[in-house]
Ligand binder design. Structure first.
Ligand code: NAD
Length: 247
């Protein structure tokens, strides 16, 4: 029996990319994982089937976490299915990159709502359950862009920086409970989100990374496992997994 066996986690945007690998890493530790997805139904079902075949307890739940009522529904479904919530990984995210001059209010709002508004929504819904946990964990997948900024990313960097401020404030508020609240700030990780960038831009980015390569989703999932397993005295922090790109 591993330390995490029997815990219940919700991973938002957990069917693809970094979320898929976080889901898989937790499930293989014996965590019961609710895989939230918005439009990636096929990917979510395929992941449930794959992990269930390996003996993992996982469940897929559709919800647009940028909407409060849907986030509440997600948490209620998780509790109905598995009886509690110990771990919330706020991973769902989108980019709509434009230089500020061309950035519409709509693209501003959508990126803020999905990346940051969702964190309010899921945390608001899950907190009454997580505070009941012996070792509650809220882990917000922020970004290096929230720390260092990014060209054409005022909306995304504002949302990701907002997640860091949220993390610190909630960590203070919950410090006397069993719940820790931390952010993970990935650098550039090889997923669809990064594949959308022009190749020439990506090459220039990799050249600037001290480690001279992109990170892997597995390296982010290891950070999540570390905080879940060994993070009882770690709260309000930013765990930078970025190959040295931002120090
Ligand atoms: P991805 O696009 O592969 O995955 C994002 C997931 O979020 C998808 O499964 C998507 O369906 C889901 N999602 C989007 N909107 C949603 C909504 N409204 N409700 C529920 N789910 C929704 O991207 P990724 O690279 O795996 O990114 C995962 C997280 O890591 C994001 O928050 C992203 O900002 C962050 N991040 C990624 C990188 C990177 O280099 N890839 C770097 C830093 C931070």
């Amino acid at each position: 029996m591993t330390h995490l066996e029997g815990r219940v986690a919700i991973v938002t945007g957990g069917a693809k990319g970094i979320g898929e690998v976080i889901t898989t890493a937790l499930a293989k530790e014996g965590v019961k994982v609710v895989i939230n997805y918005n439009s990636s139904k096929d990917a979510a079902e395929a992941l449930v089937n794959k992990l269930a075949a390996e003996g993992c307890e996982v469940y897929a739940c559709q919800a647009d976490v940028s909407k409060l009522e849907e986030a509440k529904g997600l948490v209620e479904e998780a509790v109905q299915r598995f009886g509690k919530v110990d771990i919330l990984v706020n991973n769902a995210g989108i980019t709509r990159d434009r230089t500020f001059k061309k950035l519409s209010r709509e693209d501003w709002d959508r990126v803020i709502d999905v990346n940051l508004g969702s964190v309010y929504n899921t945390t608001n819904a899950a907190l009454p359950y997580i505070t009941e946990s012996e070792e509650g964990r809220i882990i917000n997948i922020s970004s290096i862009i929230g720390q260092a900024g990014g060209f054409g990313q005022t909306n995304y960097s504002a949302a990701k920086a907002g997640m860091i401020g949220f993390t610190k404030s909630l960590a203070l508020e919950l410090a006397r409970t069993n719940v820790t609240v931390n952010a993970i700030c990935p650098g550039f990780i090889g997923t669809d989100m990064v594949a959308e960038m022009p190749e020439a831009v990506l090459e220039k980015i990799v050249a600037k990374v001290p480690k001279q390569r992109l990170g892997t989703p597995e390296e982010i999932a290891k950070g999540v496992l570390y905080l879940c397993r060994d993070g009882a005295y770690i709260t309000g922090q930013q765990l930078n997994i970025n190959g040295g790109l931002y120090m």
